[in-house]
Ligand binder design. Structure first.
Ligand SMILES: Cc1ncc(COP(=O)(O)O)c(C=O)c1O
Length: 374
């Protein structure tokens, strides 16, 4: 394979009939047929008729996304949740799903929907012993769903070991990995034995807090064909403009990830100097996502009310540092007892380290924690 940075830097180049280096944005929603004969012989894999099916911009984006994760087919969707919905569209009533117990909160909301409306049962696994995960598999299990590191507790799971154990136990079970946090720069799940990869492209892939999008990448061509049928029928696709923006952003993904890592590492070292900080989680040692806990809810309030540089806002993965409180934001729909039992407490904060100088980020955290009054 061409190196990832080369593949991404060159994305869209040498694809335009006019030899444009930056892939032109094509907004047309439909495409003219030359003749009835041409229309009847039309091959969707090669040409364009209607933008729900394909657009020149989205196609190049999807080819780039498939190549970057080592898949055969990628689908660019209108949000990360839409990509997750597409990934789970293969489930039938009676099927079972086993999921890590720490995931983006929207996943649990959607699992609840699937339980209620589609007769899918969901079991959870704590991410500790793979034997416990394998013990949960039944002949009805269709999918295992992971995030690693997970959101927001930063649990890590060895994808290759899970893939090996799950496939040895039940070859038909598919392993899906949400790769939003590490991106293919640091982790390529399909190459580690997973069957499906999803991303919230809203996060690192786009990286500038200006786009909502999702990605599903598939290795197996037959599975890809099933997803294609569903995706083109239901039409939850990424618009051409957003596809163009995402393609442009992908070009700088490797260099951004390197810088997010440098910033996060520097900050993790210094967070230990703040007496209010009782714990820091950064298990992968790469990427820009950190979770940390403060001693008290009063300190959390003081911090969030007085930050001047870091922005208190949902989302992650952009050039601007963002901080969130999962207990009240992303995971608010999980029953309070469950949240606390899992470690999602009102004292847990999730920091997406952006591209600012880590000294400035640290100074902001320190001044906010020391602030007096409202
Ligand atoms: C790990 C992860 N997966 C999926 C999603 C959902 O993506 P979106 O918000 O783009 O629908 C999120 C959103 O925060 C996320 O953090």
């Amino acid at each position: 394979m061409t190196e990832l940075s080369t593949l991404l830097a060159q994305a869209g180049n040498r694809r335009d009939a006019n030899r444009a280096v930056s892939l032109p944005l094509t907004l047309s929603s439909n495409y003219r047929h030359e003749s009835l004969e041409e229309a009847r012989a039309f091959d969707l894999a090669k040409g364009y008729t209607y933008s729900r099916l394909a657009t020149p911009t989205r196609r190049v984006l999807e080819e780039t996304l498939a190549a970057m994760e080592g898949g055969t087919r990628a689908f660019a969707t209108s949000s990360g949740m839409a990509a997750i919905q597409l990934a789970l569209s293969i489930l039938k009533p009676g099927d079972e799903l086993v999921a890590l117990d720490d995931l983006y909160g929207g996943d649990f909301r959607y699992f609840d929907y699937l339980k209620e409306h589609a007769g899918i049962s969901v079991r959870t696994w704590d991410g500790q012993r793979i034997a416990d995960l394998v013990a949960q598999l039944t002949p009805r299990t269709r999918l295992v769903w992971l995030e690693t590191p997970s959101n927001p507790l930063m649990k890590t799971v060895a994808i290759a070991a899970v893939a090996q154990a799950v496939h040895a136990a039940q070859p038909a079970v598919l392993l899906a990995v949400d790769n939003t946090f590490l991106t293919p720069v640091y982790q390529q799940p399909l190459r580690l034995g997973a069957d499906l990869v999803v991303h919230s492209a809203t996060k690192y892939l786009s990286g500038h807090n200006d786009l909502l999008g999702g990605v599903l990448v598939v290795a197996d061509p037959q599975l890809a064909a099933a997803y294609e049928n569903y995706a083109l029928t239901t039409g939850d696709t990424l618009a051409s403009f957003d596809s163009w923006l995402l393609l442009r952003s992908l070009k700088t993904l490797p260099v951004r990830m390197k810088q997010h890592t440098a910033g996060a590492r520097a900050l993790v070292e210094r967070l230990k100097d703040l007496p209010a900080v009782t714990g820091v989680r950064y298990p992968p040692g790469v990427g820009g996502m950190i979770s940390f806990t403060l001693q008290s809810e009063a300190q959390v309030t003081r911090l969030l009310d007085h930050l001047q540089l870091i922005t208190f806002a949902e989302s992650l993965g952009g050039v601007e540092s963002l901080i969130t409180i999962p207990y009240y934001q992303t995971h608010a729909d999980i029953p309070a007892e469950d949240r606390k039992r899992r470690g999602i407490t009102p004292c847990l904060l999730r920091l997406s380290v952006g591209l600012e100088d880590p000294n400035d980020l640290f100074a902001d955290l320190r001044q906010a924690l020391a602030a007096k009054g409202k």
